[in-house]
Write a protein that binds this ligand. Structure first.
Ligand code: ADP
Ligand code: SF4
Length: 669
């Protein structure tokens, strides 16, 4: 199908200093949890983006010197010549696809505690370093500043030798250069105090980097259009003055905002194009091209932003992770096939936990090299086996799509009228509407696969499965929340759990309306406890959220949401009991116990929502395991995230009739 000619503008080349981007699709620097530790995986990941049509593909943050070491978070590095080879690997692959390669040179300053290198962290002043680490930076003297500039130039030269087309000066977020820019920099020399002085280091770095590599490389600056503030009160005055001072010095402005949790906010908190209002002034003060992000998945939004002169290049990290072939799909008029990012930030948890990136929507992300998975290609079927999938949640639907694409004859039986399983239910909770995209993309794909048939409102039992006589059966029946409160804290049922007042998130999502006061006991620690509390509070109930952790939804610190969730919970007037466990349930009361002191107290609770752990719905599997070829996938195999369910369904489809390595099931670096 030909594309709508209105979108032609997205495929125009854009000149960036000495280089030309072949189109406006620009994969901005984003972390992968791979960095210098897993260069082969990284090169293959970036290659797939370039193959999918991203005209520019950048690295993650790339440390220029051992005094900027982010361990245990794996960054890239260009500390010395030894690092060049691994970058060349990526650059060559990106170039072979006709795209530009960019490198985000980075010095972390106070953000780096240097756990690995044991070098002293650096800052414009002596300030606390790392993430609550008990160390401070050394206040940089003039000699340190000279050294910093030398490191940057040397790293830029190495980048040039590796073949990069774009070299960054990273002046945003909470890293070294941004600490010089902020009003808190009150050094008494020419690098602090006045706005001009605070901008001096950045100016010098741009000039010196251009002098060093500007003959072949464009020099981009990543810069915050706001110096902080709440979402609706972003302070853009100073950044604007600074940008006016530097205006046409770099070849490209990569515009972001100071607050990372806003820049890459989850869909629960930040809409598509969330930065637009904060940065729409930038192009009026520079003639150089501008790129910015906004979780763009809609070609209409992209077109509007280019037409209105907000950006020249469509920046994307997450949309390129969820769908590395997004540009190609627009190019071919297949935009209905874009696998849209759902804004869950599971991709970011890889970096946060020092492990390779994964994505809820795209199960091949991070598996390109180690498993040879490609987001758009899958081997043809290995037999004529007929396949029955029981359950149409994320695992079942992903397996159906992938097996369907392999050419198998697939039947899906789903008990409910609505497909999508947990995704459909959870997308009805506050802020999670976009999660339905996990279902919608798969259903759309299935409409194009005549060999996949879906039966709704079909509760399948043991006999029916036997009667159907499929060659292979995949059980994707999911999991249900436990009512007895067992989980991390309690290894036995909580006394009183059988009281009718005890309900679960499944009951709430099924439409049961509790009466107040309600206690939500959250021993799950991801989003569910917080979002159920929010949902009930919004109906006007008095809600107390009890969690043994010291903060609400503690695992969401990995998705950059935790403080936003805590602010929302408190802002809604939900009573938050942290460091507390639920130890028994009475008629209209519950007993809480401090996890620190063991002291107990009773509070009123007409309903209790147990959000502790889940039980796999695997009875069908166990009934048939010895009789037919049957396998469990998704939450039925092991309850987890939506990402793990999708991955599980995809893996089962890939491995059907395929040779799977015995032992370690993937290549290692
Ligand atoms: P997962 O995350 O592993 O995909 P979900 O809980 O999201 O799991 O989805 C499981 C789906 O299986 C739900 O839509 C549920 O209605 C369906 N299901 C459960 N038991 C049966 C059954 N016996 N027959 C058909 N569908 C079932
Ligand atoms: Fe988007 Fe979630 Fe995938 Fe990240 S993990 S790219 S936020 S769908």
């Amino acid at each position: 199908m030909a594309r709508d000619p209105r979108f032609d503008v997205l495929f125009e080349p854009v000149r960036i200093g000495p280089v030309t981007a072949p189109n406006r699709f620009y994969q901005v620097p984003h972390c992968t949890g791979m960095g210098y530790r897993r260069p082969q995986s990284l090169a293959a990941l970036r290659e797939v983006k370039a193959e999918g049509g991203w005209g520019t593909v950048c690295t993650e943050y790339c440390s220029i010197h051992p005094s900027s070491d982010d361990e245990p978070y794996p960054s890239a590095s260009l500390w010395d010549d030894q690092d060049i080879g691994w970058h060349t690997l990526m650059v060559d692959k990106v170039h072979a696809q006709g795209a530009l390669a960019g490198v985000e040179l980075w010095h972390g300053g106070a953000a780096s505690a240097n756990h690995y290198s044991r070098e002293v962290p650096l800052g414009p002043a002596s300030m606390p370093a790392g993430v609550n680490d008990p160390v401070q930076t050394k206040a940089m003297d003039k000699a340190d500043i000279r050294e910093l500039k030398r490191w940057h130039v040397e790293a830029a030269r190495r980048a040039q030798r590796a073949g990069f087309d774009i070299v960054y000066v990273y002046a945003a977020h909470w890293y070294l250069i941004s600490h010089f820019l902020l009003p808190s920099n009150q050094r008494s020399d020419e690098y602090g105090g006045s706005l001009e002085n605070r901008t001096r280091l950045l100016r010098e770095l741009i000039i010196e980097t251009k002098e060093a590599v500007g003959d072949t490389c464009a020099v981009a600056v990543r810069f915050s259009a706001s110096s902080g503030g709440e979402d609706d009160d972003q302070d853009t005055e100073e950044p604007r003055e600074m940008l006016e001072l530097l205006s046409d010095l770099p070849d490209l402005w990569d515009i972001t905002v100071h607050d990372y949790s806003y820049e890459m906010g989850t869909s629960r908190f930040v809409e598509e194009a969330g930065l637009e209002a904060t940065m729409s002034w930038v192009k009026s003060v520079t003639d150089k091209p501008v790129v910015s992000v906004g979780r763009f998945t809609s070609p209409e939004t992209m077109l509007r932003l280019v037409r209105q002169g907000v950006v020249d290049l469509i920046g994307a990290a997450r949309p390129s992770i969820a769908d590395p072939f997004l540009p190609q799909k627009i190019a071919e008029g297949r935009d209905d096939e874009i696998r849209e990012c759902i804004g869950c930030n599971i991709c970011y948890t890889g970096d946060q936990t020092g492990t390779p990136i994964r994505c809820t929507q795209n199960p091949t992300m991070g598996e390109e090299w180690r498993k040879g998975w490609h987001p758009e290609q899958i081997p043809v079927k290995g037999s004529d086996a007929k396949i029955l999938i029981v359950g149409g949640g994320p695992a079942g639907l992903e397996a159906a799509v992938s097996l369907g694409k392999r050419g198998y004859e697939v039947t899906v039986a789903e008990a409910r009228r609505e497909l999508g399983g947990r995704v459909t239910l959870e997308s009805g909770l506050p802020g999670l509407a976009q999660w339905a995209r996990v279902r919608d993309w798969r259903l759309n794909q299935i409409t194009k696969l005549p060999n996949v048939e879906i039966y709704r409102e079909s509760v399948v039992d043991e006999e029916q499965i036997l009667e159907f006589a499929a060659d292979r059966v995949l059980i994707a029946t999911g999991a249900t929340w436990r009512r007895d409160g067992m989980g991390r804290r309690h290894e036995a049922p909580i006394p009183g759990w059988e009281t009718p007042s005890v309900i679960t998130p499944d009951d709430v999502m099924a439409g049961l309306t509790p009466v107040g006061p309600v206690v939500v006991f959250d021993d799950d620690h991801y989003y569910m406890g917080g979002v159920i509390a929010e949902s009930l509070r919004r109906t006007g109930l008095d809600v107390t959220l009890v969690t043994p952790a010291n903060e609400v939804s503690t695992w969401t610190s990995h998705t950059e949401e935790q403080h936003r969730i805590q602010a929302r919970i408190l802002g809604l007037g939900i009573v938050l009991e942290t460091g507390a466990s639920l130890v028994s349930v009475g008629e209209r009361t519950v007993v809480l116990e401090s996890t620190h002191t063991g002291r107990t107290r009773e509070i009123e609770a007409a309903n209790v929502v147990m959000t502790t752990s889940r039980l796999p719905q695997d009875a069908l599997y166990h009934a048939l395991a010895d009789r037919i070829t049957i396998q469990r996938i998704g939450d039925c195999l092991a309850p987890g995230t939506i990402a793990t369910a999708v991955y599980s369904g995809h893996r089962a489809a890939r491995e059907m009739d395929a040779e799977v390595p015995i032992g370690v099931p993937f290549r290692r670096e």
